[in-house]
Design a protein around this ligand. Structure first.
Ligand SMILES: O=C(O)[C@@H](CO)OP(=O)(O)O
Length: 247
C-alpha cells in the first residue's frame, strides 16, 4: 500500500509565545525539538521507511524534517523544499499574540481569521520589510505569486498544484513519502484528500509533530487515513490548538 505521511512541524518559539507566525521564519522551541525526535522514533517503530521527503522554505519545518530523518537513520533520502508548502501567510496579524488579539477583536473574529476558508487578514503594506519579495529565498518566485496575506483558499491555490504535480506522482517511484509542513498548508491538503467542506474545515486543527498517515489505492485514490498516537491525547492536543485563539 502506498502511503504519504503528513507531519506538522514541532512546537516553534512563536507557538510557545502564542503569536501569529505565517511566513515569519522562527525556530523550533526546545519542546519542538523533542516533539520532532519523538515523531521520528514513532515512525521508525511503526516500520516507516521513506523514499523521499518534501518540506517548506521555513526553518521550523526544515529542522523538524532533519530531526525526524536523523532519528530514522534516513538522513540520506532526497529532500525537496518548496515555498508552496509554506504556512498560510497571516498578513498584518504576523507577530501579534493570539489571545490578546481575541481580547481586542473578539473570539469569533479571530476564529474567522484563523480558520475560515475565504477570509484573509489585512495584508502587509507594500513597503513593509516583512514582505516576502524582500527576502532573497523567494527571489525565484514571480512577484505576483508572493502573498502579503492569505485565506485558506489562497493557500490551497498555491499548495495543490505542487501536491498534484510533484508530491502525489512521487508515489510512482516510492512506496512511502513524508511531507513536513504547517498547520494550515496541511489543513488545505487534508481538506482536498478527505473532501471536507469549506465550512467543516474550520473546525479541523492539526497538532504539532503528530504523524498523519494517508494510504492510497488504485488510481492513487485515498482509501484510509489515521494518526499515529493515542487518540485521546491527539483529541486533547487538537482542542488546545483551537483554544489558542480564545480570549
Ligand atoms: O500562527 C500560525 O502561523 C499558525 C500555525 O502556528 O497558527 P494558527 O493555528 O493560528 O493558524
Amino acid at each position: 500500500m502506498k502511503k504519504i505521511v503528513l507531519l506538522r512541524h514541532g512546537e516553534s518559539e512563536w507557538n510557545r509565545e502564542n503569536r501569529f507566525t505565517g511566513w515569519t521564519d522562527v525556530d523550533l522551541s526546545e519542546k519542538g525539538v523533542a516533539e520532532a525526535a519523538r515523531a521520528g522514533e514513532t515512525l521508525l517503530r511503526e516500520g516507516f521507511r521513506f523514499g523521499c521527503a518534501y518540506t517548506s522554505f521555513l526553518k521550523r519545518a526544515v529542522r523538524t524534517l532533519d530531526i525526524v530523518l536523523d532519528r530514522m537513520n534516513e538522513d540520506w533520502i532526497p529532500v525537496t523544499k518548496s515555498w508552496r508548502l509554506n504556512e498560510k501567510h497571516y498578513g498584518m496579524l504576523q507577530g501579534l499574540n493570539k489571545r490578546e488579539t481575541a481580547e481586542k477583536y473578539g473570539d469569533e473574529q479571530v476564529h474567522v481569521w484563523r480558520r475560515s476558508y475565504d477570509v484573509a487578514p489585512e495584508p502587509l503594506a507594500a513597503d513593509d520589510p516583512r514582505n516576502p519579495r524582500f527576502d532573497p529565498r523567494y527571489a525565484g518566485v514571480p512577484a505576483a505569486e508572493l502573498p502579503a496575506t492569505e485565506s485558506l483558499r489562497d493557500t490551497v491555490a498555491r499548495t495543490m498544484p505542487y501536491w498534484q504535480c510533484e508530491i502525489l506522482p512521487s508515489l510512482a517511484r516510492y512506496d512511502q513519502v513524508l511531507v513536513v509542513a504547517h498547520g494550515n498548508s496541511l489543513r488545505g491538503i487534508v481538506k482536498h484528500l478527505k473532501g471536507i467542506s469549506d465550512e467543516a474545515i474550520s473546525e479541523f486543527n492539526l497538532p504539532t509533530a503528530t504523524p498523519y498517515v494517508f494510504e492510497f489505492g488504485e488510481g492513487l485514490n485515498c482509501v484510509k487515513d489515521y494518526f499515529l498516537g493515542d487518540p485521546d491525547e491527539i483529541a486533547r492536543l487538537m482542542q488546545a490548538v483551537a483554544d489558542q485563539g480564545r480570549a
